[in-house]
Design a protein around this ligand. Structure first.
Ligand code: GLU
Length: 234
C-alpha cells in the first residue's frame, strides 16, 4: 500500500486507513489470511516488490497498464480514477492544456508523469518518490501544479493544513484502472482475488468503503464507471 495518500493508503503510527487498505483487508480475509503485514510500495518500486517476492499483493492506486503487465499480473480493476491537477486556490490553471512551460510535480514510475510528458512535452516536470513530497512546493509557490489521480489529489486538498490553499482542478484527462498487483502468471491467485472483489461489491462493503474514505474529502465517485467490471485473469 501507499503510506502517504490520505483516503487511499495512509500510515499513522501503527494504524492504516484508506480505500486501498479496506479493499486489501477485505480480500485478505476472503483468502483466509488473518495476519496482514503492510509494506510501503512507492510507485516506481511496485513491479520489483512483486517480482522479488517481497510482497504478495499490491493495493496502491496501481493502474493496470500493458507495460506493467510484462512484469506483473493484475486482479481487478476495483476502482476507476482519472488523472487531474492540484493547484493553489488562486491559480488560473484550468486543465492540462495550460501546463506548457509550467513547473509541475509528480512521481517517478507513475502513469501520471508519463501521461503528462506525452501530452505536454514543454512542461517542466519534477519527479519525486512520493506525491506528498510535492505539497510544500505547491503551497509556497515553487511549483505550479501537482498531477496524479483525482482520488489522491482530493485527499490532500481536504487535509486541514491545505484547506483553502489548494484546489483540485476537476478536469480529468486519463482513465486509471486500479488493479491488485500480483506475481506474473499466478492465475489462481488472481481468480481468488477477483472472487473476493466481486463479493465485496455484492455485499455492499465496497460501497461502504467508498463512502467512508472518499466522502470526507467530498470526492465524487464517477458511478458510470464504478464499480468497474473485472478483467479476465491471464
Ligand atoms: N494510478 C497511477 C499509477 O499507478 C498514479 C498513482 C500512483 O503513482 O500510485 O501510476
Amino acid at each position: 500500500i501507499k503510506f502517504d495518500q490520505p483516503g487511499l493508503g495512509l500510515k499513522e503510527g501503527n494504524s492504516y486507513s484508506g480505500f486501498d487498505v479496506d479493499v486489501a483487508n477485505y480480500v485478505a480475509k476472503e483468502l483466509g489470511k488473518t495476519d496482514v503485514q503492510f509494506v510501503q510500495a512507492p510507485s516506481k518500486q511496485r513491479e520489483d516488490l512483486i517480482a522479488t517476492g517481497q510482497v504478495d499483493l499490491i493495493f496502491a492506486t496501481y493502474s493496470i497498464t500493458d507495460e506493467r503487465k510484462e512484469k506483473v499480473s493484475f486482479a481487478g480493476p476495483y476502482f476507476i480514477a482519472g488523472q487531474d491537477l492540484l493547484v493553489a486556490s488562486d491559480s488560473d490553471i484550468g486543465g492540462v492544456d495550460d501546463l506548457d512551460g509550467k513547473r509541475l510535480c509528480s512521481v517517478s514510475g507513475s502513469t501520471s508523469a508519463k501521461n503528462v510528458q506525452e501530452e505536454v512535452p514543454g512542461v517542466q516536470l519534477r519527479e519525486f518518490d512520493t506525491y506528498s513530497e510535492c505539497l510544500d512546493g505547491l503551497v509556497n509557490g515553487q511549483l505550479d501544479a501537482l498531477t496524479t489521480d483525482n482520488t489522491i489529489l482530493a485527499g490532500y486538498a481536504a487535509q486541514d493544513q491545505y484547506k483553502g490553499k489548494l484546489k483540485v482542478v476537476g478536469a480529468p484527462f486519463s482513465e486509471e484502472r486500479y488493479g491488485v498487483g500480483l506475481k506474473k502468471g499466478d492465475t489462481e491467485l488472481c481468480e481468488q482475488v477477483n472472487e473476493a472483489l466481486t463479493k465485496m461489491v455484492d455485499d455492499g462493503e465496497w460501497d461502504k468503503a467508498v463512502e467512508k474514505n472518499f466522502g470526507p474529502a467530498g470526492f465524487e465517485v464517477d458511478s458510470e464507471t464504478n464499480p468497474p467490471k473485472l478483467d479476465a485473469c491471464s
